[in-house]
Design a protein around this ligand. Sequence first.
Ligand SMILES: [Zn+2]
Ligand SMILES: [Zn+2]
Length: 346
Amino acid sequence: MKAALMYGPNDIRVEEVARPQCPGDGLILKIMSVGLCGSDIRNLTTDSRKGNYPFIYGHEIVGFVDEIGPSETRYQVGDRLFLFPGTYCMECDECVSGHSENCSDTAVAKLAGTGGFAQYVAVSGEKIRRGGIYEIPDDVSFDAASLGEPLTSVFACLENVKVGYPDTLVIIGAGPIGCFMSQLAKIRGAQKVIMIDINESRLDMAKQFGVDITVNSSDTDPIEAIRKLTGGKGADKVISATPVNATQTQSIHMVKKGGLVVFFGGVPKGSMTELDCNLIHYNNIWIKGHFGASYSQSKRAFQLAISPSFPTEKFVTHVLPLDQITEGIQLTRTGEAIKVVLHPWD
Ligand SMILES: [Zn+2]
Ligand SMILES: [Zn+2]
């Protein structure tokens, strides 16, 4: 089968490799669509596996069942499936407390997490038993369903920090995640969404996803701009959705007294962010980190992704054959694309 193998930072080669063996109690999924995620790009362009290559990334996986093992009973050949990359044990303290996104059973949490940049992927019986596999209705495209994964953490974040009426929400970072956030914030009742980015074409595209006001921070001081736009008060909530420490530093200056700041985007490993702690102290600012989603949130986010109330298809700006994965990375990095989806069979 064809697969895009990572041999090192920025060294991705599309090659023929052996098709995975079907587990006796599992299945083989024929991958029809796989999203290119910001975290994939970070992993593919840095030494993410510390020399341990080749490796196949790709975790926004959808397709249909091509083969089932002799003892697999839940799914049948031809079923259309979405593989959520996280799986939860539902028995550890974290899962029982309602926060399965923090599941401490790491072996379970990582079942079927990757391997999507290929024509086939094997799904183990344990993954099937643990859940996190959702059936895609016939009238929903594979491309739309693949967005169920990136939408999941956005869904969880906005739910956890209760974005809703009548919030003024600032989102820093007009990438696909920022655009999802804006669209969903509007559905949840936010009154004003202000999007900040340094890339004008990204900001332009973001306007179709519920953004009320855009601020280009390459030519405007974003802190000053948010003050003006909020009558000097600051926003109710600010989400830093970039991989940059500097936007975390800025975010606490954009939020109102008693407001909430979310650090959503991962920053370079080991890097430190400078924060004005007296401002946090005297202004009673809440800072929350966000990563992942609980089992319940992943299910509901997938339902949203495939429902008509969310314009999922609109976020897919580029569909490319798997061979053009490097081009997909470029398109995402330059801001020309919002969401790139790869087709392993084109
Ligand atoms: Zn993803
Ligand atoms: Zn657990």
